[in-house]
Write a protein that binds this ligand. Structure first.
Ligand SMILES: [Zn+2]
Ligand SMILES: [Zn+2]
Length: 284
């Protein structure tokens, strides 16, 4: 069409143009020109709002947006993603998208709350409090029977600095603050026999080393000849060992909570395999 570059549109009561069809489309997409904007090109009898000019670039789009039913999508009750109504399956008063059907049926069988997640978002798992996760191992994603219920809480780890700087009074202040400001969420997760055993082993080792080092420190601190160089080395190594145990303990947690309030709990910890088996979170 040779005459495509002759469009005019009205802006603040004055005609603007001529502009090309491409320019016209850009102005449509940036809403400089809306379905209500009056447009004209040579050959038209008079100026007319874009909505009544199907031949205008983007005109059909404007018209279809105008005539489309106001809302053709509904949120899936399982994953909360907006889904075209005709792709949703109705179960009682629940609307489930086809992608969630399998998860949904599994949940029904297990008597698990629908719509509470879990979902995956990059390296994190998301779920609402009081969720029973799928009966699969968090580490290897194999079917798993050993349930572990965790009362997750989230406190600002910066507060741990109090402990490092403040010594015993710091610990007391930390415990008090942590008790009052933390939020909690219950979750039940599963581990296979192999992974539960290895976890128990690592936890036992970690606690044993922690206790031995702590006792060593207490014992050394009550000794009066502590300005001996050898003792200072032992004390330093013990403190270092305790720090390593604390970090290892954090790594051994099944869930490392990143966020607990305002919407679902967000945590890292489950393996890639486990996460990949979950529905993606609606915002990802
Ligand atoms: Zn869904
Ligand atoms: Zn496993």
């Amino acid at each position: 069409m040779a005459d495509e570059g002759d469009w005019y549109y009205e802006s603040a009561g004055s005609p603007v143009g001529p502009i090309s069809a491409d320019e016209f489309a850009v102005k449509r997409s940036t809403a400089v020109i809306t379905p209500d904007t009056k447009v004209w090109k040579p050959g038209m009898d008079d100026w007319a709002p874009l909505r009544s000019v199907p031949s205008a670039p983007g005109g059909e789009m404007a018209i279809s947006a105008l005539h489309a039913p106001p809302d053709t999508t509904t949120q899936c009750d399982e994953c909360s993603r907006p889904t075209p109504k005709d792709e949703l399956l109705a179960y009682g008063n629940l609307q489930i998208c086809t992608a969630c059907k399998e998860t949904f049926v599994d949940k029904l069988k297990q008597g698990v709350r629908v719509g509470g997640g879990p979902w995956r978002d990059r390296k994190a798992i998301l779920f609402y409090a009081d969720t029973d996760l799928p009966k699969r191992c968090l580490k290897c994603n194999e079917p798993a029977e050993h349930s572990i219920t965790r009362n997750l809480s989230h406190t600002n780890h910066l507060l741990l600095l109090l402990v490092l700087i403040g010594g015993l009074p710091g610990i007391l202040i930390y415990v008090l603050i942590a008790f009052f400001i933390r939020q909690r969420a219950m979750v039940t997760a599963y581990l296979c026999t192999k992974h539960r055993k290895s976890r128990t082993l690592f936890l036992t080792i970690n606690w044993t080393v922690t206790i031995v080092l702590t006792l060593t420190l207490i014992l050394l601190s009550v000794m009066t000849f502590a300005n001996n160089d050898f003792l200072i080395v032992v004390i330093s190594l013990s403190v270092l060992g305790l720090l390593i145990c604390a970090i290892a303990g954090l790594r051994l947690q099944l869930f490392r909570v990143q966020k607990i309030k305002d919407g679902p709990v967000r945590a890292s910890g489950p393996s890639r395999k486990f996460l990949d088996s979950l529905q993606p979170w609606r915002d990802s």
